[in-house]
Write a protein that binds this ligand. Sequence first.
Ligand code: GLA
Length: 376
Amino acid sequence: MQQSNRKSLTVLAPGRMNLIGEHIDYNGGFVLPAAIDKFIKIRFERHQQNHCIIHSDRVKTSEKIDLKQLKASKPAWLNYIKGVVYHLNLRRPNQISGFDAWIESNLPIGAGISSSAALECGIAVGLNELFGLKIPKSELIELCMQAEHEFAGTLCGIMDQFSVMMGQQDHLLQLDCKTNKHRLIPAQFGPWQLILLHSKVQHQLAESAYNDRRRSCEQVLNTIQKSIPKYQYLCEIPIEVLTNFKTKINPQDFKRATFAIEENARTLAVVEHLHHLNFEAIGACMLQSHRGLQHQYEVSCSELDFLVDTACQFEGVLGARMMGGGFGGCSLNLVHKERKKAFIEHMHTQYFLHFNRSLEPIEISISDGVKTIKNG
Ligand code: GLA
């Protein structure tokens, strides 16, 4: 058995935001995410028994995982860890012995800022180092995504795991999800600032609705591929080509596919606008993205629509949209720095009046991806 000489270590795994490019990572599109300064911190200690004990400050509990019995079961949050250990084991058999882990977090769960990817990537990077597995980051990213597919049942794309692993302070990642190659773009917003508003709702069935959207996109791609096999991803298909197939595709799938192709074009437009520091145009694209997610892709909800509509009527806001998988979680807002305080107060009041619920403003700055902060 190969052993590193580390007995303990601590990793910091961030959440992520996404400026634009929603639900197109699994369609081979471009996305513009970044790691943020909200983290899960995991301290690992190695031992020789065939189990691990996971202590979590969030759920105030300790759970035992039998390393010989890595199957999905309850509680659901533990499956992210089991899935990663299972896949690390597949790649490097018999190298992971027992360990204990202590998890602390200031990353809200269910906010659409990828607490699950942070947990997966934190565990993957920590164990990779603790046991000297030497698996390259690019493989760890894929492996965490697979773990989420198989152990949590969400057929997610690569965006979350990629941003959590590869994030760079003060930069957005322009990630091409066809090739998994990325380019760094300075996250400069001049006098404007990105603010998240957490709706504090997470509607049921988000997972099955997510998988259902993915299936729609795959069906459209399959239909078109039968006549034009050169297209490997939905986002490669020009909108005019999709339109030619309209009669062969059911209307709901057609609407969803139209969104995906348009969202990809919007993302590339935002890359240009960032280059020219055209913040008004970025704000407009954010709102168009939201309208598409609301009406075409149908992954928004009344709380998020309300937050976006209210924000966009407020003086000093350039644009807003729901962020992440949808059905709850956060809206992302581009707000003038001088209007930040008034904006948050206004949104708070309006949201409470309408839904009798408090929202949670989350101020973010763009940070580095997962890193080891202490070696023992
Ligand atoms: C979730 C998934 C990502 C991505 C987004 C929507 O966060 O994990 O892969 O599809 O939804 O853009």
